[in-house]
Design a protein around this ligand. Structure first.
Ligand SMILES: *[C@@H]1O[C@H](CO)[C@@H](O)[C@H](O)[C@H]1NC(C)=O
Ligand SMILES: *[C@@H]1O[C@H](CO)[C@@H](O)[C@H](O)[C@H]1NC(C)=O
Ligand SMILES: *[C@@H]1O[C@H](CO)[C@@H](O)[C@H](O)[C@H]1NC(C)=O
Ligand SMILES: *[C@@H]1O[C@H](CO)[C@@H](O)[C@H](O)[C@H]1NC(C)=O
Length: 800
């Protein structure tokens, strides 16, 4: 038992020792074995508490770091170090194997000797260390002689990087007039070299350009002002060049530069100043209120809000006439007119103005007065102004019954320019279309050209124009309100056309109507009407009028019963008087019908109907009879007209008529020149021709041949009178039913027949040659032929 515990403690101690000895040591460059592998563990072979044989636990390599300089520039390979195993007895049976980062490429190992070489130039800034693994194996059996273990190749830094600034260029601002040593900006440069090793990364700043205005802190890179009272108004921008150098600024260090652009920002160190001590402006007197009278610029060397200015008037010979405000976009003083100018009353104004900054910086009060003053002089210029009316508007009153050309009122205007200008007055005719008024062009008196009627137009609102006599373009207008005042010139009348009736069974003193009145006049106290019965009817009156004294009156019966048979309508004259002066009155007739009523007094039948009903003939019957008569009459007239139409025949009266009538047949015209007779339109519209033809060519169905009485022409034998012959013919024509209804001319030429001397007429001579030859009527022969056909007349009939 004791033995067991003894061994156990021994093993634990041994394990602890191994663990501690395995941690890496420092300052050694070679690989070393601290314990012999097999040999060291051989003595520890034994059994554990359960009798299991204890195994030798493997101990690894004891490592250190290899160090290697970066940027090796030698010709042969750079030697890194050597691996060695204790089991290597130099007989070449041990083979060293390298693996891990860069093994075989960057780092090569001699299999036999264990020498490690770097094959390339290495850059620490690229990779600062490499982790590799090493093994030792038996060359023949490939049996691992040593366990694999890790080692590090660390690259040593050299100063191969210059400092770099984080920005190029830098921008910075510092207020002008800053105290010396005011911080402006901090610049920073970084160095890629190893800051933990040597001075390769230790940077020192210095200023190359920008002195003596600025300085830089060598260690921190903080730029500060180096001069007091730097003035932005003198120089605003500075270019400062800063250098950073490593190796703590020593010789051989690397360096980098940057530019810092420094702008002085504005402070309000300058007061505003007027450009002049006296400003003079000429302003026309017609300048409107609120208009600009002049601009007064003040200057300020500062910018932005440090140049913002306020202006004010500190003294004025006419306070309140002018005002000064600031144009915020230009910072100019704007002189504004606040009261109207009048050249005739004041020709010059002067006042003093003051300017100062809005944002005053008390630090610079010592730079001189912080406000400035100037004088402004305003000269008022004369302007030819239009006439000015004494009043802005005129109201005139005129009573309506004034005669024509009465002066209603007077208007007056003057020229404000003070000169003795003549003024012409006129009425704007657009406002007095009916030309009711006139104005005296010289003195402005307004007259009525027409009579006025208040009941038609109460107001006449006109415009009067005043122009300067010498300069008609100077013109002003004024409204004139003319009010027509009432005169009692209208008599009152009944308000409406009353339809009044009285019952036959009415009792005395019964009200049958309430009447009221109207009057177009407009008396001041309102209307007051008086009603009464006309004097002439008062004696034997059948009705009475009672004035209710409230502008109404009652119509009352005066006796007990009325008989419509006896009298169906009463006319009651009612006199209505108004209470005005001159008093106006009228007599109005109220028509009262007598009606039969029921017991309640409701109208049943009124006189007019009753009358006709009793006579046995109603209005309806009368109307019917009248209608019958009218219809009959119409039928008769119609019949007569139709008869006449049927018998109507064309009548050829003269040569012209023949042509006219014949041309209407359309088949032949009067030649192309015959525009009167020929409707060219029908030619252009052949259908219309057809239509016309059909319509016009119809031969009357019934034909009344002209009644021809045997007339004995006047011959030597019968000694007849030509007058008788013509009378006879006239009579024939008058009684001819085919004669046209209008006045017409008939030719009663008679050539005669049976003459012993034979006829001289060509008409007569051709009769024997047959119907076809009518060529002697060279112009209208064929038409005549047609005509003759139509009449059915024979050759001997041609003279008709
Ligand atoms: C200020 O001046 C500018 C430039 O002259 C002008 O356009 C602007 O209307 C002015 N503003 C006022 C308020 O007068
Ligand atoms: C203006 O002249 C007219 C005509 O001479 C005269 O009737 C009228 O009274 C005058 N008016 C005035 C105001 O003098
Ligand atoms: C005329 O002017 C009066 C007073 O201003 C007004 O009451 C009236 O309505 C006006 N009449 C017309 C027709 O413009
Ligand atoms: C009143 O009536 C009577 C009888 O109907 C008639 O004779 C008389 O003329 C009437 N009076 C008037 C004023 O109509």
């Amino acid at each position: 038992f004791y033995l067991y515990w003894f061994f156990r403690i021994c093993i634990l101690m041994a394990l602890w020792a191994v663990a501690h000895l395995n941690s890496p040591g420092y300052g050694l460059r070679a690989l070393r074995r601290t314990t012999g592998g097999r040999r060291g563990s051989a003595g520890l072979t034994g059994q554990d508490a359960n009798g299991v044989p204890l195994r030798r636990s493997k101990r690894g390599w004891m490592w250190n770091q290899f160090f290697l300089l970066e940027e090796y520039t030698g010709t042969d390979l750079q030697y890194v170090g050597k691996l060695h195993s204790d089991s290597d007895r130099g007989d070449g049976s041990v083979r060293y194997v390298l693996s891990g980062e860069g093994a075989g490429t960057l780092f090569k190992i001699d299999e036999k000797s264990g020498d490690i070489h770097a094959t390339k130039r290495l850059d620490r800034e690229e990779k600062a260390y490499y982790i590799l693994h090493a093994k030792a194996v038996n060359r023949f059996t490939n049996e691992a002689l040593e366990g694999e273990s890790e080692f590090i190749i660390k690259i040593h830094d050299i100063n191969d990087n210059e400092p770099r600034f984080t920005k190029d260029p830098y921008m910075a601002q510092v207020p002008e007039m800053s105290d010396i040593g005011t911080s402006v900006i901090q610049v920073t440069a970084t160095d890629a070299d190893d800051a933990t090793y040597g001075n390769s990364a230790r940077v020192v700043y210095s200023i190359l350009e920008g002195q003596p205005y600025f300085s830089v802190d060598p260690d921190t890179g903080l730029i500060k002002t180096a001069l007091p009272d730097m003035d932005r108004e003198v120089k605003e921008n500075y270019q400062v060049v800063i250098q950073a150098k490593d190796m703590a600024g020593q010789m051989g260090g690397l360096s980098g530069t940057t530019t810092v652009s420094i702008t002085l920002s504005d402070v309000n160190d300058n007061p505003p100043r007027f450009t002049k001590s006296l400003y003079e402006f000429r302003v026309p007197e017609s300048t409107e209120l609120g208009a600009t009278a002049g601009l007064v610029p003040a200057e300020d060397a500062d910018i932005g809000e440090n140049a913002e200015m306020d202006y004010r008037i500190v003294w004025s010979d006419s306070p309140g006439t002018f005002d000064i405000i600031t144009n915020r976009s230009t910072q100019e003083g704007v002189i504004v007119l606040r009261k109207p100018l009048d050249f005739e009353s004041k020709r010059q104004y002067s006042f003093r103005i003051q300017v100062e900054n809005v944002h005053i910086n008390p630090r610079f009060f010592t730079n001189g007065p912080f406000r400035d003053e100037a004088t402004v002089k305003i000269i008022v210029e004369d302007v030819d102004e239009p006439p000015v009316f004494r009043r802005a508007a005129y109201v005139m009153e005129v009573i309506e019954d004034v005669p024509r050309n009465t002066a209603i009122g007077s208007i007056s205007a003057t020229d404000p320019d003070g000169k003795e200008t003549l003024i012409r007055y006129s009425i704007d005719r657009r406002t007095d279309m009916d030309r009711v008024f006139n104005i005296h062009a010289g003195n402005g008196s307004v007259f009525n050209v027409r009579e006025l009627d208040r009941e038609e137009n109460t107001w006449h609102n006109i415009t009067v124009i005043a122009t300067e006599f010498n300069n008609p373009r100077q013109m002003s207008r004024v409204p004139v309100y003319i009010r027509v005042l009432d005169v009692n010139d209208n008599a009152p009348t009944l308000a409406t056309n009353y339809e009044t009736f009285v019952c036959e069974n009415a009792k005395a003193n019964q009200r049958i109507q309430t009447v009221s009145a109207t009057d177009p006049d407009d008396p001041i106290g309102g209307h007051r009407f008086f009603f009464s019965l006309a004097q002439e009817a008062a004696g034997k009156a059948n009705f009475s009028v009672r004035d209710n004294k409230d502008n109404t009156a009652w119509i009352l019966t005066r006796r007990n019963s009325y008989n419509s048979l006896q009298r169906s309508v009463y006319h009651v004259p009612v006199v209505i008087t108004d209470g005005d002066t001159p008093m106006q009155s009228s007599t109005n007739t109220l028509t009262i019908k007598v009606c039969t009523c029921d017991r309640e007094g409701k109208m049943k039948l009124c006189n007019a109907e009753a009358l006709t009903a009793r006579a046995g003939l109603s209005t309806g019957a009368l109307v019917a009879i009248l209608l019958c008569v009218i219809i009959l009459l119409m039928i008769v007239v119609l019949f007569a007209a139709l008869r006449r139409q049927k018998k109507k025949e064309p009548l050829i009266i003269s040569k012209e008529d023949v042509r006219d009538n014949v041309v209407s047949y359309n088949d032949e015209g009067g030649g192309e020149e015959d525009t009167q007779a020929f409707d060219i339109g029908t030619l252009r519209n052949p259908e219309a021709i057809e239509e016309n033809k059909q319509r016009r060519d119809i031969v009357p169905e019934t034909f009344y041949p002209p009644v021809r009485r045997p007339v004995l022409p006047p011959t030597r034998d019968n000694n007849g009178d030509v007058r008788d012959f013509i009378n006879q013919r006239l009579q024939d024509n008058d009684s001819d039913p085919t004669a046209p209804p209008y006045d017409s001319l008939a030719t009663y030429a008679y050539e005669g027949n049976g003459s012993v001397a034979e006829s001289l007429s060509s008409l007569e001579s051709v009769t024997t040659e047959g119907d076809q030859d009518y060529n002697y009527l060279s112009e209208w022969g064929p038409r005549f032929k047609k005509l003759a056909d139509m009449y059915g007349g024979d050759d001997s009939d041609r003279d008709s």
